[in-house]
Ligand binder design. Structure first.
Ligand code: ADP
Ligand code: ZN
Length: 615
């Protein structure tokens, strides 16, 4: 598209950005010079530029391998809006379109070509690639090569062959998954041992992390949406398809524009819902974790989890889909006793060998430790990824430090109840029965099993039912109590006896009485964005409706035209000329030429008086 240019020129002219972010420059220079790279950056960190800029600087076409077939069209549209010559090859295309893209590639008329990984197993694709000029291979979502990962794709294993066939073409692998183990596995499987390894900071300061005790999840969710995120786009994650359906119905009945998404829905319905989420403003997607990978909608304002995620890695990726535009966003999770029981059971009952179950257990333990921490959530999250940080001021524990208390005696009461019930192995007793016994309630089930004659009967009236649930939950989280899946009951662990003998003190987190809630967006600490000035707010709304109409006309998502952050800056700075407009971040040469006049007209509509005087 441009004659050979320096990376910073491409950044300015094509993308409209002034400076590289974090490690972008180092990676880009390395890849431009022909070197391989493995890049770990959080969602929204700016991975795409790491391969898009080198693809524009180097001769030939940059081949991007991505599993996200459903998003390729939007990705290509976004690049074309920047004036970049991009195309894709995947199974959604008709033969004509495919042939046109192939011809463009062979003719050297493509800067970027997106491919699904399975394409690279097809000999005809390999032969096509062999006949064109390739500037680099970008392997997006590279964690898909990790075999124990949640997104494993067997086709990714074949990507290690690219190097043998094209030894001189640089490869850059990118992912937002950051644990040391995944990192090492990616490097090994893709043969990137000698590559430049870059790990960016994983902090996402504009996201406010909150984990709340689950009481009435639907009411809590509704409260969050109504008081903090009215009209905002967001994602609600649920574990099961059924709860996805029910939650979406519930929200819809409450007048919220909510759509379900899970693997059991018809592919066409899924595609339609995804497209509406991307294109329309303010859609709430209620989904299983099948939804979201690669979704680069920048203005997702909240991610809510109604069920406990299985790992911190998964949780961080899912919450990372909020606030890619850098504006304040919320990551909210509701978590309770039933979650811990359910997940422990699922691990117990899962297929796979001991090592696999152990790895699932470790993942869950780390997630539980995050939920029960009395420290800054962000410190814990970043620590999980091996990064140090200080208390953030923008998470629930920072905003409302929870108390911790000495739960040793309470723990002993629960454990000795379990010990006594344990003798009646044939029976299934859940947390409810334990709590009824501790509270001295003579329920039918208590009487039936003569539990009122146990010595622990009624010894727990110092705590309320909810507090006992929190105690049981934390014992499970700390591994001081186990779930016996086979007998559908609780069991003591090796460490339980230490607690019972008084050799091991137990610290617990006291659940806050009232939920943390920030009063307004402006009050959210640590967020980089500022509220719009009163005079800029209506201008921003005008720009948004201009953008909506333009997007509709051109059949692209609104953010492909300009991001909210760019519109906010325009509304605040009110540029009067194309030159002034071009200085705003996110407006490159192509967008300025294409949309500049439209923006200026929207800012300064021709006045009625002016029109009349022409008559
Ligand atoms: P990732 O793929 O890592 O999730 P993206 O590549 O989609 O992130 O980038 C996230 C957002 O940040 C995008 O809106 C992108 O345009 C913007 N961005 C990336 N690099 C820069 C930069 N150097 N300056 C300004 N904005 C940037
Ligand atoms: Zn914090």
């Amino acid at each position: 598209m441009l004659p050979a240019a320096a990376p910073c020129d491409v950044l300015r002219r094509v993308f409209g950005y002034e400076a590289f972010r974090g490690p972008q420059q180092e990676v880009i220079e390395h890849v431009c010079g022909g070197g391989d790279a493995l890049v770990l950056m959080p969602t929204g960190g700016g991975k795409s530029l790491c391969y898009q800029v080198p693809a524009l600087v180097r001769a030939g076409t940059g081949v991007v391998v991505s599993p996200l077939i459903a998003l390729m069209q939007d990705q290509v549209d976004a690049l074309r809006a920047l004036g970049v010559r991009a195309g894709f090859l995947n199974s959604t295309q008709g033969p004509d379109e495919r042939r046109a893209t192939e011809a463009a590639f062979l003719g050297g008329e493509l800067d970027l070509l997106y491919l699904a990984p399975e394409r690279l197993r097809v000999p005809s694709t390999l032969s096509l690639l062999g006949r064109g000029a390739i500037s680099l291979f970008a392997i997006d979502e590279a964690h898909c090569v990790a075999q124990w990962g949640h997104d494993f794709r067997p086709d990714y294993l074949a990507l290690s062959g690219l190097h043998e066939r094209w030894p001189d073409v640089p490869r850059i692998a990118l992912t937002a998954t950051a644990t040391e183990a995944t990192h090492t596995e990616i490097a090994q499987r893709l043969g990137l041992v000698d590559a430049l390894h870059v790990v960016a900071s994983f902090d996402r300061p504009n996201i406010q992390y909150r984990i709340a005790p689950k009481n009435e999840p639907r009411r809590q969710l509704l409260d969050l949406l109504r008081t903090e995120h009215p009209g905002d786009a967001g994602i609600v994650y649920c574990l099961s398809r059924r709860s996805v359906e029910q939650t979406a119905e519930h929200l819809t009945a409450q007048g919220i524009l909510a759509l379900p998404y899970h693997a059991g829905l018809d592919a066409a319905v899924r595609a339609r819902h995804q497209s509406r989420f991307l294109r329309e403003d303010g859609v709430v997607m209620v989904a299983t974790i099948a939804f979201g990978m690669g979704i680069d909608k920048p203005d997702v304002r909240f991610v809510a989890h109604l069920d406990l995620p299985k790992s911190v890695e998964g949780y961080y990726q899912e919450t990372g889909r909020a606030g890619r535009d850098g504006l304040p966003s919320t990551a909210w999770l509701a978590y309770g006793l039933a979650d811990v029981v359910q997940q422990r059971k699922m691990i117990d009952e899962s297929d796979g060998d001991r090592a696999h179950k152990q790895s699932l257990s470790r993942n869950l333990d780390a997630m539980l430790a995050l939920c029960e921490t009395v420290e800054c959530r962000r410190v814990r999250l970043l620590d999980y990824f091996g990064q140090e940080s200080g208390a953030c001021g923008n998470c629930d524990t920072c905003l409302r430090p929870p108390e911790s208390w000495d739960g040793t005696v309470a723990a002993q009461k629960v454990l000795s109840t379990v010990f006594r019930l344990d003798r009646e192995r044939r029976q299934r007793f859940g947390a409810g029965q334990i709590i009824d016994i501790l509270l001295g309630r003579r329920t039918a089930k208590v009487e039936q099993f003569d539990h009122h004659s146990l010595t622990v009967f009624g010894v727990g009236t110092d705590l309320a039912e909810g507090e006992w649930r929190a105690v049981v939950r934390q014992l499970l989280a700390q591994g001081l109590l186990a779930v016996d899946a086979r007998h559908q009951t609780f069991a003591l662990t090796d460490t339980s006896s230490e607690v019972l003998r008084g050799e091991r003190p137990v610290r617990m987190r006291r659940d806050p009485v009232k939920p943390t809630r920030t009063r307004s967006r402006a009050a959210r600490g640590g967020a980089p964005a500022v509220e719009l000035a009163p005079e800029a707010a209506p201008v921003f709304e005008r720009l948004r409706s201009w953008r909506g109409a333009t997007a509709k006309e051109q059949g692209v998502p609104a953010y492909v035209i300009f991001h909210d952050a760019t519109l906010r800056e325009i509304a605040t700075r009110s540029p009067a000329t194309l030159d002034e407009l071009g200085a705003i971040s996110g407006i490159g040469e192509n967008k300025l030429a294409k949309y500049g006049q439209g923006v200026l007209d929207t800012l300064d509509p021709p006045s009625i008086i002016g029109q009349n005087s022409d008559l």
